[in-house]
Design a protein around this ligand. Structure first.
Ligand code: MG
Ligand code: ZN
Length: 221
């Protein structure tokens, strides 16, 4: 009697299928999409506002704002004159591909070059839900402490860039950038790393150059 051979089949989860559909839709409209993840208060919205102000003369930008309930962040983004869609997750602590799809439904994708997705502030589960975007970025900040990569490894493993915000307050905190960086490198060797301050503007050029470079490469690809 031959042993039963299990048929191993890679089955995409429902979320992954929706994420692939999102990606196809973005690509059809040539929209480069970036997902920003961070704990609450790390500065996702501040980085988005800085990025919009720096790039909006050259690129058409739109934003999907994931928030538990309020429209505060979406209102701030819309005040910059770019299309912004609020996704109220109704208490869910992450965005999923279906929520992003409902955001895409409400945006003029054919007249957008760069879509920024602000995920819900959370360092645990956003990493588990693919959205269909082209790049994933994690924003850490100095007040959170330099041990975050050691405590939340899955968030650091899958991302394409790590931003360290609020370097203007470094003197007030026991934050060892080298220790932080070593933790990041152990999980994600060679990942792009941008220490910066959304408040003072220090270091923003490195982030903007990277983002614009990725966007340009996508548009030319
Ligand atoms: Mg925000
Ligand atoms: Zn969650």
């Amino acid at each position: 009697m031959s042993p039963q051979v299990p048929v191993v089949e890679h089955i995409l989860s429902a979320n992954d299928r929706l994420a692939e559909a999102n990606r196809a839709r973005l690509d059809a409209a040539r929209v480069f999409a970036v997902n920003l993840m961070a704990s609450p208060g790390a500065g996702k919205t501040s980085l988005i506002l800085r990025t919009i102000r720096a790039l909006k003369d050259r690129w058409r930008i739109a934003v999907v704002e994931g928030d538990l309930a309020s429209t505060l962040d979406a209102d701030r983004v819309a005040a910059e004159g770019v299309p912004a869609v609020q996704i109220a997750t109704g208490g869910e602590c992450h965005l999923d591909a279906a929520m992003v799809r409902s955001g895409l439904d409400r945006l003029p994708l054919d007249s957008v070059d760069l879509l920024i997705v602000e995920n819900v502030g959370n360092l645990v589960c956003p990493a588990e839900f693919r959205l269909g975007v082209h790049r994933n970025v994690l924003i850490a900040s100095v007040p959170e402490g330099d041990d975050k990569p050691y405590k939340y490894p899955p968030m650091y493993r899958g991302v394409d860039a790590v931003v360290l915000n609020k370097i203007d307050v470094l003197p007030a905190f026991e934050f060892n950038i080298e220790y932080f960086r070593r933790g990041v490198e152990a999980l994600n060797p060679g990942v792009a790393f941008f220490p910066l301050s959304c408040k003072t503007g220090e270091g923003l050029d490195g982030w903007l150059d990277w983002l614009e470079g990725e966007l340009r490469a996508y548009r030319e690809g």
